[in-house]
Design a protein around this ligand. Sequence first.
Ligand code: 3PG
Length: 203
Amino acid sequence: MSLLDLAPVIPVVVIEDAATAVPLARALVAGGLPAIEVTLRTPAAREAIARIAAEVPEATVGAGTVRTADDIAASAAAGARFLVSPGTTPSLVEALEASGLPYLPGAATVSEVMALAERGIRELKFFPAEAAGGVPYLKALSGPIPDVRFCPTGGIRATTAADYLALPNVGCVGGTWLTPADALASGDWARVEKLASEAAALK
Ligand code: 3PG
């Protein structure tokens, strides 16, 4: 199954304390969002991926902010089941292709999208979505490049997600709004579950 079709929203999570990873993942899954992207932006990220992979089998945990072949190797070793990158370099796309895992390479321009489509890669992350042109930009892309689908991420919130999801070339959206830093710090998993269930109901 395509990564873009697992759920309408992929929560992008920044985990500062690996001890929060499992209750956080359980809250997201309970809310109806099984695909979880843990960004490799914190020292706790790899441990967080490993704990979710080991203890929350209902979740499909992936690694985000993947920038190098080393990131890919470490993510795979931790148990990541998919990979997401903010942008794409020639060496990174080769490493993604060689990883054996599903992946969403980042693109933000027409030429980047075309270069990846030339390689047969037709499911991409559109990042940074709002800053790069948002809904009107993706709508414009769907005319000349109807065969590429996106997971836009970056600046998307509960109030704007539906506008993206209504586009024919958007399979799902990603974002951090479901996992506010203060909710994670205070262990407010009920709040995370509520945000997740609202997001899971989006079409
Ligand atoms: C990402 O890595 O996809 C973004 O940082 C998520 O962006 P957001 O915080 O604006 O949702």
